[in-house]
Design a protein around this ligand. Sequence first.
Ligand code: FAD
Ligand code: UDP
Length: 376
Amino acid sequence: MEFQWVIVGAGFSGCVLAERLATQLDQKVLVIEKRDHIGGNAYDCHDEHGVLIHKYGPHLFHTNSKKVWEYLSQFTEWTRYQHRVLAMIEGKGVPVPFNLNSLHTLFPAHYATHIEEKLILTYGLGKKIPILEMLKSTDEDLKHLAEYIYQKVFYGYTLKQWGMKPEELDSSVTARVPIYISKDDRYFQDQYQGVPNLGYHALFKKMLAHPNIKILMKTDFHEVKNSIHYSKLIYTGPIDAFFDYKYGKLPYRSLKFTPYHFTDRNSYQDAAQVNYPNEYDFTRITEYKKLTQQKVPGTTIILEEASSYVPGENEPYYPVPRKENNVLYQKYKRDVEQLENHWFVGRLADYKYYNMDQVVARALHLFEKEIIKDIS
Ligand code: FAD
Ligand code: UDP
């Protein structure tokens, strides 16, 4: 087989680049995907009870980039959904990111009001403070609050999710869910938020529906690379696997998803996502119909439990942001720079804890700044 372009992986990175190459540059593209579906980790499907679920964990689209939002809006309309998350703390469902409402849910009114005033005075209304920052507070009350939040919201969850304490990871990880000096309970404050109205799979199908794009499903690139001829390669899989782990394995975290369906109830929990920082082995439960807003009898929930990634046994879902892992990643990256006509992009190939909008922005940038120039 002879192709101008081979793209390894049909997640957001691969799909954006296949779509751009086919529609903007009239290039012929072969997308190779080892799973039996397109969409990567953002894939969704109906379970056997007709409930639309996200197979690899809850995917909420949120961005401040008008460009990314408008680009994707060519392929989908949106269900405008604003994500809200509760964490079970001392038997109560408490809003996270931890905010002024969380304070009032957990503490007596007099004390909560006193601390609220102090938080506003110290940090300012509307400010977001990473937990590892707030722990440095010299004010006795705020230090005490920070230690409480650290213990009750972050410590157990992070141990389960990453197998490490918050301070053993790059501070950007827990900074994703900062203490929010606000009464806004939304998980994200981005300008554009939602889920594709017909689901992510429909969005990906539309992106790849072009005569220049062929898809080879259920095929591992590493098993076919010697029998496929191509001029240029875009790789979106794990970067260490591409180089046969020559400098050692990069750690990724994996997840186990356990679904339950209830025919006898229409609602399971008070929010689409409930986190369990302190009890159980799982980290969170997602109730999908609350997120997709699908009208369907019964309800499906999925529990998530994290573990280490073992190639061949489970899937790599999260790069692990830590200094030493970045040092190892840089070694592989230097090797990528020596290769001609190869581009590495995406959460696994860049070894970066990207959200979907960041992956789309990264792929569009690569296309506009490097690939177009390379072709012309
Ligand atoms: P992927 O989606 O991982 O796609 C890579 C593809 O390459 C996969 O389909 C894989 O099978 C394929 N592949 C790998 N190696 C090979 C090979 N050798 N041969 C052939 N195919 C190969 N982002 C948000 O913005 N909002 C959210 O709410 C959100 N929630 C998330 C929840 C979870 C549990 C996870 C894991 C991620 C979440 N994300 C979320 C992040 C989002 O999933 C990613 O940013 C995005 O899907 C990354 O796209 P990608 O194309 O880079 O990688
Ligand atoms: N986190 C936590 N408790 C929570 C929510 C998040 O400790 O209730 C920490 C945890 O380390 C987690 C990180 O913040 O991995 C990022 O959370 P996010 O919800 O962004 O994770 P994702 O949706 O990407 O799994």
